[in-house]
Write a protein that binds this ligand. Structure first.
Ligand code: ADP
Ligand code: LRH
Length: 471
């Protein structure tokens, strides 16, 4: 086994990055070569993903990577879940909708009228989120768009298609469509037919570690990487993040903490009980056929939208680290709101929405920005602690530690309050777990590292230094 160099394209909701990874049996290093915005674009007809710009920025980042080193053996792509582009004859038919667009409201009612949620859950094991792909496709069918389309490609699959010319559906991200059998063995033809969705638009599945294709055509000159393999990774960003959680025992919960807080445990088999459904826990597909049994908590979106609102009001940039430092020094007790309330899903003025939520219940409303930030972080920590406890109870798995990975692992206040509210030690880091999971799965496919996810996690644990917060 020798060390290999691979590139990761990692598209999160708050930023996209291209990273170079050097991976070997005792080596795991990441180097960021490009970072670019990934935010949604509001057009007259709704909120969209500017996926063409994402492709351009990713290709440019790959070109920078190719000019930095000359031995890139493979690239892997991950992005947020559920969103897709509709294609015909290899052409993108329009900008994909963004999952925070509200167009699925009618489709949810329509789908549940024909297939009650409990029946859907038994088939796909997914928590209810109004933007799950199956509701988005039902909205597109109602709008007549599916007539024109011959395939639907999830965001990372679309980028892989533009790079290689090969259309596929990577299985961890496909699990977030709601149209995959819960054991990940294939598309659920019976459910797809029942929902009156065209089976023909769903491409064949690939699994993490398989080769999707090789960079060719216009992508070769855009990236400077002609002929380089595009390897399937856990293309759902959360699946890649879970690969790189440095859990070395079996008794840990994880929180993949960025725009969203994905809180749960890894299992061998799905939990489809009434209690899991009622608690809105999901069974998403993990790398190597594992199950990501987790709950979506609204996450640092609450904070980033608040900061965006305040910056727009004042016209001045806010220093996030200073703001969090001030919030840590707030000594008055702040109220806790339900971070999972769906009113916080669409973009907008979060401080006003949070104040309204509290006022409706006769609770005190934070009177300053720092108090509001403290209230947000307390509420997130509370939701995280609840979800860890629920994950443990619903799965029967003992949890004696929590790992927080992703950008939110830099938020000391959040880590400290999560430890306190959960009564468990929190280990924070790595920040770039998603990119690490992406490069590790590629490196394993190339033979530079071997073994199970546990072996990969041991390598992460040996090469990074998580910070400990005690309750
Ligand atoms: P995503 O993958 O969803 O784009 P990230 O994992 O990149 O998210 O995390 C982004 C979040 O990390 C930001 O919303 C911010 O709250 C948090 N963050 C970034 N840098 C810092 C920092 N220096 N200190 C505390 N929090 C930070
Ligand atoms: C996190 C994430 C999450 C999904 C949401 C759409 O980036 O992929 O796992 O639920 O975005």
């Amino acid at each position: 086994m020798s060390t290999t160099t691979v590139a990761a394209v990692d598209l999160g909701a708050s930023s996209g990055r291209v990273m170079l990874g050097r991976v070997g049996p005792d080596e795991l290093r990441l180097n960021a070569v490009a970072r670019f915005p990934t935010g949604s674009v509001a057009l007259r007809d709704g909120l969209h993903v500017n996926v063409v710009e994402l492709y351009r920025a990713a290709a440019e980042g790959l070109r920078t990577a190719a000019s930095t080193v000359d031995d890139i053996a493979s690239i892997g792509i991950d992005a947020w879940a559920v969103d897709y582009g509709l294609m015909r004859d290899g052409r993108l038919l329009g900008l994909p909708f963004h999952y925070r667009d509200g167009r699925t409201d009618a489709a949810v009612a329509d789908v549940h009228a024909s297939t009650p949620f409990a029946e859907l859950y038994a088939e796909n094991g997914l928590q209810f989120l109004p933007f799950n792909t199956l509701y988005q496709l039902a909205a597109d069918r109602a709008a007549g768009y599916l007539h024109y389309s011959d395939s639907a490609l999830l965001i990372p699959d679309l980028l892989a298609y533009w790079l290689t010319g090969n259309a596929s559906a990577e299985v961890t991200n496909a699990s977030t469509t709601g149209l995959l059998r819960v054991d990940g063995s294939g598309w659920n033809d019976k459910l797809i037919e029942r929902l009156r969705l065209p089976r023909s638009i769903l491409p064949s599945l690939v699994r993490p570690g398989e080769t999707i294709g090789h960079i060719s055509g216009t992508a070769a000159s855009a990236t400077g990487l002609e002929g380089v393999a595009v390897t399937a990774v856990g293309s759902h960003d959360t699946a890649s993040a879970v690969v790189a959680v440095p859990m070395t025992g079996t008794d840990a919960a994880y929180i993949s903490c960025g725009t969203w807080g994905l809180v749960g445990v890894e299992l061998e088999h799905p939990v489809l009980s009434d209690a899991a459904r009622e608690a809105n826990f999901t069974n998403e597909g993990g790398v190597d056929g594992r199950v990501r049994f987790l709950h979506n908590v609204m996450g640092l979106w609450l904070l980033s939208e608040s900061v965006r609102t305040w910056e727009a009001e004042s016209g001045e940039a806010i220093d996030l680290v200073a703001l969090l430092g001030a919030a840590a020094a707030v000594s008055d007790e702040q109220p806790v709101f339900d971070a999972n309330d769906p009113r916080f899903l669409p973009p907008g003025d979060m401080p006003s929405r949070i104040s309204a939520w509290l006022a409706e219940r006769g609770m005190p409303v934070p009177q300053s920005r720092t108090a509001m930030v403290r209230c947000i972080i307390e509420s997130l920590a509370d939701a995280f602690a609840d979800a860890v406890l629920a994950a443990s109870e619903l799965s029967g798995k003992t949890v004696s530690a929590i790992h927080i990975v992703g950008g939110g692992s830099q938020n000391d206040l959040l880590c400290r309050l999560t430890a306190k509210r959960a009564g468990l030690p929190v280990f924070a880091g790595p920040v770039e777990a998603t990119a690490l999971g992406n490069v590790l799965v590629q490196a394993r496919a190339l033979g530079a590292v071997t073994g199970s996810l546990e072996a990969l996690r041991h390598l992460v644990a040996r090469t990074t230094s998580p910070r400990r917060f005690d309750p």
